[in-house]
Design a protein around this ligand. Structure first.
Ligand code: NAG
Ligand code: NAG
Ligand code: NAG
Ligand code: NAG
Ligand code: NAG
Length: 433
């Protein structure tokens, strides 16, 4: 087509605008008529849906039954109480670029819920009082981030409340009452939700804590739903594993034992720190202490970065046939207090990756000096008797002495600690005091 050069350009612009608007309206008309064609039971209720009349006139005045206009555009459809059936032609509705609301309340639509997520920009969708049935896929409402109100109440919908509903950031009103939804109510993290009516369904389990401030009538008529705002208390086993009294007692014991173990390790560490200074002062005088040959090398290890003398390595082994470990290992071990006797604490120490031993800690021992102490210990270490729990190692500091023996089970240990018939090393040590 050749345009005359003297034809004013602005007229072309205006004309093309008019043509565009007109063609937009024309395609809206075409799509709305396609939508109408897929409906059944229309009768003459939609007689003014005709290509000879435009749906919206001028300033938002509708000329078609049930059309809501915004300017000259179709913004919504409200076709309630009309006994309509058939198919909802979503492909046609999808083409209506200004459509934001759809209401088809109290009609006779049936079958599965249409895939309304195809209408991605919709703000409100009302499909209440129809015969929609069956499960709704979990992702049915995915990405409908404009959706504010969704009414699906009074249908025959089943299955779980679709999870995609919980992700809609603008959703304020969700009516699902009078259906047959089952399973638990999902957690709605979105804070704009004001109405969530799920009454008269088959939902079960606890109402998410988040919804407990909502109106109780939203949840009524679900016999197996429990928790606030309903007065029906949740059974302890409805969603969480049952915690028996035995389990609770066991947990309490474990807790107390752990605290005791941690506490004892802390005490040992603190005591070590306090004795460091004393040790520094006395270490010079200890060079000549008689020790089993294999231990001499460890006796005067250099200072460690944290200032602890000997790096805790001066644990003296009294037997060659035992797994070796040092004071650091012992300090790092998991300790369990077995007895807090008159003369000191006895605890079981599991030395990581190595062995388990019994440690008896003495605070005082008649000011016995290091030489005397080790002499005694070497003698005791050589003793072998069926009723004797062998002494494996010892440790000397001015303010603290440790005796390490083999680990035995707790029953034997109780006898060992308190029994009179057993010949116990600890009683010998006690006699030294
Ligand atoms: C369209 O037709 C219906 C009946 O089919 C009538 O009730 C309604 O008033 C009509 N609407 C307009 C705007 O003419
Ligand atoms: C539902 O629609 C029918 C017409 O199909 C009408 O007779 C009836 O009154 C409507 N019910 C309600 C509650 O509006
Ligand atoms: C649910 O919890 C989230 C996070 O704790 C909160 O932001 C939101 O407001 C709560 N929703 C409702 C409906 O109370
Ligand atoms: C929720 O739905 C039930 C059943 O339709 C109704 O009785 C109740 O009033 C509704 N709750 C609110 C607060 O609208
Ligand atoms: C609780 O557990 C028992 C046995 O496991 C079961 O019979 C009962 O139905 C459960 N109650 C609830 C509310 O889940």
């Amino acid at each position: 087509m050749v345009i005359k050069t003297n034809f004013p350009i602005f007229i072309i612009v205006i004309l093309s605008g008019v043509v565009l608007t007109f063609s937009n309206q024309a395609s809206d008309i075409e799509n709305l008529l396609k939508f109408k064609d897929s409906l059944q039971n229309v009768g003459n209720q939609m007689s003014n849906w005709s290509s000879s009349i435009s749906p919206c006139k001028g300033n938002a005045i509708p000329q078609w039954q049930g059309v809501i206009c915004e300017g000259e555009n179709v913004w919504g459809l409200k076709l309630d109480h009309m006994g309509l059936k058939g198919t909802i032609n979503l492909d046609a509705l999808k083409e209506l670029s200004n459509l934001r609301t759809l209401s088809l309340i109290n009609n006779s639509f049936e079958g599965p819920l249409p895939e309304i997520k195809n209408l991605g920009y919709m703000k409100t969708i009302f499909l209440s009082d129809n015969d929609f049935q069956g499960d709704i896929p979990a992702k049915a409402f995915e990405d409908m981030q404009s959706l504010k109100k969704l009414h699906l109440d009074n249908n025959k919908l089943t299955g779980r409340i679709p999870n995609s509903l919980t992700t809609l950031g603008k959703l304020t009103e969700l009516n699902l009452q009078n259906n047959q939804f089952s399973g638990q109510i999902p957690y709605f993290a979105k804070d704009r939700l004001i109405v969530l009516n799920v009454s008269n369904n088959k939902l079960q389990g606890p109402i998410p804590f988040n919804l407990s401030s909502m109106d109780a009538s939203f949840f009524s008529g679900n016999t197996e739903l429990c928790g606030a705002p309903l007065h029906h208390q949740c059974n302890s086993n409805s969603s969480m594993p049952k915690i028996t009294t035995e389990t609770k007692i066991l947990l309490a014991i474990v807790l107390v034992a752990s605290i005791a173990a941690i506490g004892s390790v802390i005490i040992i560490l603190l005591r070590r720190k306090r004795t460091v200074d004393l040790e520094k002062r006395t270490s010079q005088n200890m060079k000549n202490v008689a020790l089993p040959n294999n231990l001499k090398n460890h006796e005067h290890d250099s200072m460690t970065p944290d200032g602890l003398l000997d790096n805790g390595k001066n644990l003296s082994f009294l037997r060659d046939d035992r797994v070796k470990f040092d004071m650091n290992d012992l300090l790092k071990s998991s300790a369990e207090i077995l007895d807090n006797g008159t003369f000191g604490l006895t605890y079981k120490a599991a030395i990581i990756g190595k062995t388990t031993v019994i440690v008896k800690r003495y605070k005082e021992m008649h000011n016995v000096n290091k030489e005397e102490f080790h002499q005694h210990m070497r003698r005791l270490g050589r003793l072998n008797h069926i009723n004797l729990i062998p002494l494996v190692a010892c440790y000397y500091k001015k303010e603290e002495k440790l005796l390490v023996s083999d680990h035995i089970d707790s029953v034997s240990l109780a006898i060992y600690l308190h029994g009179k018939s057993f010949f116990s090393l600890l009683s010998i040590i006690n006699l030294m005091e």
